[in-house]
Design a protein around this ligand. Structure first.
Ligand SMILES: Cc1cc2nc3c(=O)[nH]c(=O)nc-3n(C[C@H](O)[C@H](O)[C@H](O)COP(=O)(O)OP(=O)(O)OC[C@H]3O[C@@H](n4cnc5c(N)ncnc54)[C@H](O)[C@@H]3O)c2cc1C
Length: 388
């Protein structure tokens, strides 16, 4: 098999890159180790920055997003039983975010890719990237028990944190933080109890009220790292959410049947560089942020927009200039998102060894955001997205 761009992974990064390249007239093949059902139903991100929505629109992939996505003009911060709304348009000159699940973004992109006849091979596991720094790199993969080779002009590793592409970069440098806590996330068949996301700091730990649609709530609890989701009963989860989200006014949390429960570890991670020869990394393959800032999917989108532009420029002008700056261009934005996600995480979560001094500092940070337009704008700008 032969193609111009071999893409490993059909998550948001790989699927959107294939779409952008198709629109630019550049052929690609996407290899995905899981089946279509798995990719379309893996519950993860749900917040799209304004820039991500604009990119999906320009790519012709936003027809359902425009119909079903929920525009949000703010978030609520909750601490010491009080509530403070961060008004995004007022603080950023009109920017907002859109709630539209990653599962739906993937479904839309898969449908477009298959309708266009673009090769998207499920149940196909990339085993290794070979000759990444030579003139014609290859992806060795296995399908139906048979090993084959995909010959490419370029290979893009969009294969997430556990993928194989990053291993083909011989002298990379990694930067990492792990956290002593995780998120226990649930999906519940109940309308969201608030019309915007609620980020709650509590002495018992962080809680987040979010949503997937007007009928489905997505809620999270900070739990110790290594927690087994099944060790929490549904009643225990609702009771703990009640405690951490409680306010002094008459707000109440609506309960409903829990349809899914899972635990997500928290990690900050960056691999530098994001390129080796003709191999490029994009999305979670190169960097991970804790989910508190809702940045992971949006960073993946930023990477592949930058890469598609660079590949198109090279095809049109013969100049590799934008490919040469791809890694540095992406990493500037990645580190801004790492910093933002780290700040959000450490302001809202309670470390197991936190002392009263740390508690007071967290509350002081939150009061500063509530009381200062500049501090509120700093949060709002970061949340709605850094420019490409
Ligand atoms: C609970 C949770 C909540 C989140 N919330 C948000 C949010 O609100 N906003 C946000 O922006 N981000 C959020 N994120 C992060 C976001 O989901 C990820 O950053 C995003 O999925 C990255 O996309 P990706 O395409 O780079 O990688 P992935 O989505 O991980 O896709 C990688 C794909 O590669 C495939 N693959 C792996 N290895 C191979 C191989 N060897 N061969 C072939 N295929 C392979 C995998 O099967 C997978 O389909 C959240 C994440 C979690 C876990």
């Amino acid at each position: 098999m032969r193609t111009t761009v071999g893409i490993i992974g059909a998550g948001p990064a790989g699927l959107l890159l294939a779409r952008l390249l198709h629109n630019a007239g550049i052929d690609s093949v996407v290899l995905e180790s899981h089946d279509r059902e798995y990719v379309e139903h893996r519950q993860r991100a749900g917040i799209l920055e304004q820039g991500t929505v604009d990119v999906l629109r320009a790519a012709g992939a936003a027809e359902r997003l425009d119909r079903e996505g929920l525009r949000h003009d703010g978030i609520e911060l909750r601490y010491a039983r009080t509530r403070h709304r961060v008004d995004f348009p007022a603080l950023t000159g009109g920017r907002s975010v859109t709630v539209y699940a990653q599962t739906e973004v993937c479904k839309d992109l898969i449908a477009l890719q298959l309708a266009d006849g673009g090769p998207l091979l499920f149940d196909t596991e990339a085993l290794a990237v070979e000759d990444a720094d030579g003139p014609s790199p290859r992806v060795r993969f296995r399908r139906d028990g048979v090993e084959e080779t995909l010959e490419c002009a370029y290979v893009v590793g969009c294969d997430g944190f556990w993928g194989v592409a990053r291993r083909a970069i011989p002298d990379g440098r990694t930067f990492e933080r792990t956290y002593p806590y995780s998120w226990l996330g649930i999906l519940a068949d109940v309308p969201p109890s608030h019309d915007e996301l609620v980020y709650a700091r509590h002495d018992r730990g962080f809680a987040l009220l979010s949503m997937r649609s007007p009928a489905v709530s997505r809620l999270y609890l900070q739990v110790p790292a290594g927690t087994d989701a099944d060790s929490w009963t549904d009643d225990e989860i609702w009771a703990e959410l009640d405690r951490r989200l409680e306010t002094d006014d008459d707000w109440t949390l609506q309960r409903g049947p829990i349809t899914q429960k899972s635990v997500t570890p928290m990690r900050s991670y960056v691999h530098e560089p994001m390129r080796h020869g003709r191999l490029f990394l994009a999305g979670d393959a190169a960097h991970i942020v804790p989910p508190t800032g809702a940045k992971g999917l949006n960073l993946a989108v930023g990477d592949v927009v930058t890469l598609a532009r660079a590949l198109t420029h090279e095809r049109d002008t013969g100049s590799p200039a934008l490919l040469d700056t791809y890694s540095a261009d992406c990493l500037r934005r990645v580190w801004q998102a790492e910093r933002f996600s780290y700040d959000m995480t450490s302001t809202l979560h309670r470390a197991p060894d936190a002392d009263p001094f740390e508690d007071r500092l967290q509350l002081a940070r939150l009061e500063r955001i509530a009381g200062s337009r500049a501090a509120g704008a700093e949060l709002a700008e970061g949340y709605t997205g850094f420019p490409y």
